[in-house]
Design a protein around this ligand. Structure first.
Ligand code: SAH
Ligand code: SF4
Length: 394
């Protein structure tokens, strides 16, 4: 019998730093924007490229936040930087560590809003689940985040900042002076855009943040270690292939439009057939391999043998992996998790048809960090239980 350990909760005290009046945060500026910012404070155009390279390495390779420590820059240039700019990350309000090692961070962003970021350690990798919006405009009936109204899109700095502050917490920045070459296995090796929000409804923010995370002179995560999950914003899928080029996951969850309309209401706008057409094009456009189909297992709703067979027929010809997600309950959720034997029977049909069909082990459930459980408790604009049930058609 397994013993349930109490989760460890730790409050992280952050001392607010006094910022120079009107200082601009450099975190989240892409290389061209950083160049412009440096020219604006008087950096000669001829030097701008070199200065961008130097700053980039300090900020994104060594994780340094204080201009005074940037020893290869002239003293007066450092002073000029400090007068005009800051290197600021969102603030960690609290950190919860699950019995299974999963860490959930509550992060405060400008305006006092909060988002959640989850770090999931595994034997061969460490995955960070990053949020792209505060809340979500979409209203998937099984998702806790969907019960929270959208407050706003995160800025590129707030998105890449999530990666940086978890690297801080893991103590994972290389020593200043060490090169940008491959430096062994990483604790934070993979990114999934599966936290709060619909990443393709914050396209530019997500794209710029991922460009920064992928840059080889900085955080240097390969585009094959980044997976963007979308509920099916069809017009942005090809654009994601071209402008981001990361791996794609799709919240599929149903095999008929009738059921998908209820679970993932964006299906009423772009139905299964339209979505599949866009997905068929993705691997070629992004030069990547297979697409991950996420499929949440809801008892008696989408989990029959017939569903499994229909799923296999629908995705025929698309290089795919099917990720089966046992439903994670949350207070007031209108569904139940499918029985384990049902999930296995479903997985078996998909597997026999030639697709990898891993069942995702829920991680961090004791701290409400599992898929679909994220929601910042402080946001007051909530949908009522009745609204959720109505949207779910239950
Ligand atoms: N908005 C994006 C990414 C965030 S959701 C999207 O919908 O794809 C990340 C994944 O968790 C999605 O596949 C989502 O459908 C799934 N999910 C949401 N709520 C869940 C729940 N309660 N249990 C299990 N999975 C859930
Ligand atoms: Fe938004 Fe994704 Fe949740 Fe749907 S599943 S409500 S798109 S976060």
């Amino acid at each position: 019998m397994s013993q349930i350990q109490a989760p460890i909760t730790q409050d992280v005290l952050t001392i607010p730093r006094k910022l120079p009046e009107g200082a601009r945060n450099l975190v989240g500026l892409t290389r061209p924007l950083l160049r412009e910012a440096l020219i604006e404070i008087g950096t000669p155009e001829k030097q701008a490229k070199m200065r961008v390279n130097q700053l980039w390495q300090w900020i994104y390779h060594w994780g340094v936040r204080d201009f005074a420590q940037m020893t290869n820059l002239a003293k007066d240039f450092r002073a000029n930087l400090a007068e005009n700019f800051t290197i600021e990350l969102p603030e960690i309000v609290s950190k919860n560590v699950s019995a299974d090692g999963t860490r959930k961070y509550l992060v405060k962003i400008a305006g006092g809003h909060e988002v959640e970021v989850v770090y999931i350690p595994e034997t061969d990798r460490g995955t960070l689940c990053v949020s792209s919006q505060v809340g979500c405009t979409l209203t998937c009936s099984f998702c806790h985040t969907g019960t929270q109204k959208l407050v706003r899109n995160l800025t590129p700095g707030e998105i890449v900042g999530q990666i940086m502050l978890v690297r801080d917490d893991l103590g994972e920045w290389p020593e200043p002076g060490t090169g940008t070459g491959e430096n062994g296995p990483r604790l934070l090796s993979n990114i999934v855009l599966m936290g709060m929000g619909e990443p393709l409804y914050n396209f530019e923010g997500v794209r710029d943040a991922m460009k920064i995370a992928m840059d080889g002179e900085g955080i240097a995560l390969s585009r094959r270690r980044i997976t963007l999950s979308t509920s099916g914003v069809v017009p942005e899928i090809a654009r994601a292939a071209e402008e981001i080029g990361c791996l794609l996951a799709v919240s599929f969850h149903a095999t008929t439009d009738e059921v998908r309309d209820k679970l993932v209401p964006i299906n009423k706008r772009w139905n299964i057939e339209t979505l599949l057409d866009a997905l068929r094009e993705y691997p070629r456009l992004s030069n990547s391999e297979r697409i991950t189909f996420e499929y949440v297992m809801l008892k008696g709703v989408n989990d029959s043998d017939e569903d499994a067979r229909r799923l296999v027929r629908l995705i025929k010809g698309i290089p795919a992996k099917i990720n089966l997600i046992p439903f994670n309950e949350w207070p007031g959720s209108p569904y139940e998790r499918s029985d384990w034997s049902r999930i296995e029977a479903f997985a078996d049909i998909v597997h026999k048809a030639g697709y990898a069909s891993p069942i995702r082990t829920p991680r961090g459930e004791d701290i409400m960090a599992a898929c679909g459980q994220l929601k910042s408790a402080t946001e007051r604009a909530r949908k009522s239980r009745a609204e959720i049930a109505k949207e779910a058609g239950v």
